[in-house]
Write a protein that binds this ligand. Structure first.
Ligand code: S3P
Length: 440
């Protein structure tokens, strides 16, 4: 594995690729980011050796690996197979000798605040400039009710110190935001508390933490939006295979649906129902795709085949957003090509992602001729727009998903746009351009 260079700031500009006759062929996208992060966490506290196949070796997940190595966990990486020597509980970590580097990873940061909330030593966490602007009070406040003391910059931001904490109280809490990161942080803390915790979600969010806890022999009670977490510390190491990341597959699904002549198959893409909003959005747009070779593992997966077709406008509201939260930039792009006007509301969480995605999507796609009116909580998009080469260089703004969405926009435009800050794509998909080359 190439060592991750801390603090290495690269600014790359790339000429975005074109496709002459659409996208064709078969591709296996890299492993799911959310599941990869969680596999390191559960592997670290389990009894025995966990082997994770098809792990996502992207910058974000390497920061989770780096943090656990710093906590004394032996983790070996061989290709995309990761082996974790479990510590057999939450309380056998060693005190880090330096602050834990979260890089750009909001998932590592939020989840670790809960996961490490019951350690006998202080832990410092820091991240890059973008991550240091993203709110943490959504996790810090409920953790404080459990007795956890976090010193954060302006009570809300990295860098933070998570203070040594000998006692954790159970929590009764209604989550004010629909966030799997917050839910997961509180589940990790709840497992270590002295009393049971009752969490009520605002809307159903991705349930990878819950599923993986069950897979490793733990037990949570779930009833609709309510989750009861009882204290438990015994998890058994597992052999798992991470399905392809539907959030990465989504770039090719939208590209194939929008670039004339395309027909592609994406193998073993994760189909967890709390994550498949992109497929439901494509259904609403009258796109046709087929799913074959379905697996029924703890995390379901299947092969998705899709080709070019005429799309129609769609409506997305608050209840639709959690299952598609990372794919909204792509849906906006697809909507520029669809017949009719698309309205997306209830998506205010996009304002606190790696960038303010309502602003960055609008700014960048407008350079290519898109007609988008940003709203406080979403977008209004005029469909049937012919996109062209960007009038000024495109910019990822340091946001991986904006960078990849713009690459797809350039394919649709058949243009010659250039993309600044393209290196940010390695946060979730280091091989994105190579994989795209396989299909075009
Ligand atoms: C994630 C949850 C989502 C998502 C992020 C990954 C996770 O964030 O946007 O990319 O792995 O739990 P929020 O919980 O902030 O919605």
């Amino acid at each position: 594995m190439a060592d991750y260079e801390q603090g290495d700031i690269k600014m790359t500009t790339v000429e975005l690729p074109k496709s002459e006759n659409g996208l064709h062929g078969t591709l296996t996208v890299p492993g799911d980011k959310s599941i990869s992060h969680r596999s390191i966490m559960l592997g670290a506290i389990s009894h025995g050796t966990t082997v994770v196949n098809h792990f996502l070796l992207s910058d974000d997940c390497l920061h989770t690996i780096g943090a656990f190595r710093e906590l004394g966990v032996a983790i070996a990486v061989d290709g995309d197979q990761v082996t974790i020597e479990g510590k057999g509980g939450f309380n056998h970590f060693t005190k880090p000798t330096k602050p834990l580097d979260m890089g750009n990873s909001g998932t590592s940061t939020r989840l670790l605040l809960g996961f490490l909330s019951h350690q006998p030593f202080d832990i410092d966490l820091f991240g890059d400039a973008s991550l240091s602007k993203r709110p943490l009070d959504r996790v810090i406040k409920p953790l404080a009710k459990m007795g956890v003391h976090v010193t954060a910059t302006d009570d809300n931001f990295l860098p933070v110190t998570l203070h040594a904490n000998p006692r954790l109280r159970g929590l009764d809490y209604q989550l004010p935001v629909a966030s799997a990161q917050v839910k997961s942080a509180l589940i990790w803390a709840g497992l270590q508390a002295e009393q049971p915790s009752h969490l009520t979600e605002k809307l159903i969010t991705r349930d990878h933490t819950e599923k993986m806890i069950a897979q490793f022999g733990g037990h949570l009670e779930q009833d609709g939006l309510e989750i009861t977490v009882t204290p438990q510390d015994h998890f058994e190491a597992q052999q798992i295979t991470v399905p392809g990341d539907i959030s990465s597959a989504a770039f090719f699904l939208v590209a194939a649906a929008c670039v004339p002549g395309s027909q592609i198959t994406l193998k073993q893409v994760g189909l967890n129902q709390t994550r498949d909003g992109i497929l439901k959005a494509l259904d609403q747009m009258n796109a046709h795709y087929t799913i074959t070779n379905r697996s029924t593992d703890s995390e379901p997966a299947g092969d998705i085949t899709i080709g070019y077709q005429a799309l129609t406008a769609l409506k997305l509201g608050a209840k639709d957003i959690p299952a598609v939260v990372d794919e909204v930039p792509l849906i906006v792009l697809a909507a520029t090509q669809a017949r009719g006007t698309t309205v997306i509301t209830g998506a205010e969480e996009l304002r606190v992602k790696e960038t303010d995605r309502i602003a960055t999507v609008t700014e960048e796609l407008t350079k290519m001729g898109a007609k988008i009116t940003p709203q406080p909580d979403g977008f209004i998009i005029e469909g049937g727009t012919k996109l062209h080469t960007a009038t000024t260089p495109l910019d990822s703004h340091g946001d991986h998903r904006i960078g990849m969405m713009l690459a797809v926009a350039n394919l649709i435009a058949g243009g010659n746009s250039v993309l600044n800050n393209a290196d940010s794509i390695s946060v979730s998909y280091p091989e994105f351009f190579n994989d795209l080359d396989q299909l075009r």
